[in-house]
Ligand binder design. Structure first.
Ligand code: AHM
Ligand code: MG
Length: 382
């Protein structure tokens, strides 16, 4: 048997070739990666950046553009960064530290709570409550607003500490979503400040725990993405000025709910499949990852209402508004199909709304389907 293998021309030549390549490269050195096999023999690495644009540096630069700023928002963002780094570290070691699986409780929205949900929630609450500038917080994991005593009443913060947590056990991407509002009365902390419209957001963002950890945020002018360099423990600017494509080639929706969709969603998804430019279906089931892909590749992400859940699944205050702020700042649209997400007046922290967001041409097509449907209904009523 061994003799047969050695005699085989394929085995013989490939082994020798790789062997020769390896030896040559280690002697002569290969400057650039030219083929797959070079990966095993080494190639010139990226230069070490001696002038990295870190997130901290970027935040301080932004702050300097407002001479009256006292640095409170920078302190707040810094504390969110710290929480995200801790959660990222935990997510990457969840299997080792027994953070997979259920915590054994349900949250106020009726979702099963995972251990990492609780860990992430604790991190966010601890980091935000110690930064000294947040008076109230609202979290997906807490029924009621959280008051931070002895803190300056400058900002309120809404967040979903670990979104997409049903995916954790399969090592699929999850993420933290956050939004920051100014308070309306600096002298009087008021939990209703958490229920401001999305148009009032000062800053929003998400941190995605995927193959890499990436934090994407906006202060309303641009959208920027920072990748965590684990060896430095710093977020480095890798995706400056993200702008969404005018039209994408991807539609993203949980088609398992198709039998319960309203006629407009069915019609639009049918169009995606059978008319217009060819499109791909992609659905991760983690909003952070689905929105991240939509920002980078374009297309439309949908979580519509349906016959069973009229308002869909996703939460307006700490999921949809922060994402809508990012998507709009990147040039996209976020709507319920009939109304702009950021124009909605929240009435409860945990309320849900349908959402369609992404490339403007794609989302406008969907909105047109709703407009035509509504016009037809109105005509029939006459
Ligand atoms: P969660 O906040 O409990 O994790 O739920 C929100 C998640 C989103 O990340 C994702 O878009 C959606 O639920 C997926 O829901 P479904 O499994 O119904 O498609
Ligand atoms: Mg969530």
């Amino acid at each position: 048997m061994a003799d047969n293998m050695a005699d085989s021309p394929a085995m013989d030549s490939s082994i020798n070739k790789i062997g020769v390549l390896r030896r040559e490269s280690s002697v002569g050195g290969i400057k650039k990666r030219t083929s797959l096999s070079d990966a095993t023999i080494g190639y010139e690495p990226n230069q070490i950046d001696t002038n990295p644009q870190t997130l901290t540096r970027w935040i301080l630069q932004e702050q300097q553009m407002y001479p009256e700023a006292k640095g409170d928002l920078s302190i707040l963002l810094n504390s969110i960064c710290t929480a995200c780094k801790i959660i990222s570290n935990a997510a990457s070691k969840a299997g080792i530290y027994d953070l997979y699986g259920l915590a054994g409780t349900g949250n106020t929205s009726g979702d099963q709570v995972k251990k990492l949900d609780i860990y992430g929630n604790d991190c966010m609450i601890n980091c935000l409550s110690s930064c000294g500038v947040v008076s109230y917080m609202a979290s997906e994991e807490n029924d009621v607003p959280i008051l931070v005593q002895n803190s300056n009443n400058k900002y309120v913060c809404v967040f979903d500490p670990v979104d997409g947590s049903s995916n954790i056990d399969a090592n699929v991407s999850t993420g933290t979503i956050f939004g920051i509002y100014n308070t309306t009365d600096a002298d009087k902390p008021n939990p209703d400040d958490l229920l401001q419209k999305g148009t009032e957001l000062v800053c929003s963002g998400y941190c995605m725990y995927g193959g890499a950890t990436i934090l994407v945020l906006t202060l309303g002018k641009t959208v920027n993405g920072f990748t965590l360099d684990p060896s430095l423990g710093e977020f480095i600017l890798t995706h400056p000025n993200i702008q969404i494509k005018k039209r994408g080639k991807i539609y993203s929706v949980n088609e398992g709910n198709a039998s319960k969709w309203d006629p407009c969603v069915s019609e639009y998804v049918n169009k995606c499949k059978h008319s217009g430019p060819p499109r791909k279906a992609r659905y991760i089931g983690s909003m952070v990852a689905d929105v991240h892909r939509t920002l980078l590749y374009g297309g439309i992400f949908m979580y519509p209402g349906d016959a069973k859940n009229k308002s869909g699944k996703l939460r307006l205050v700490y999921e949809l508004n922060p994402m809508a702020f990012l998507v709009e700042t990147a040039g996209g649209i976020a709507t319920t199909g009939r109304e702009r997400i950021r124009d909605l007046q929240p009435t409860r922290i945990h309320e849900r709304k349908p959402v369609f967001l992404g490339s403007p041409v794609d989302v406008k097509e969907l909105m047109q389907v709703y407009a035509d449907y509504d016009a037809k209904q109105a005509d029939e009523k006459k």
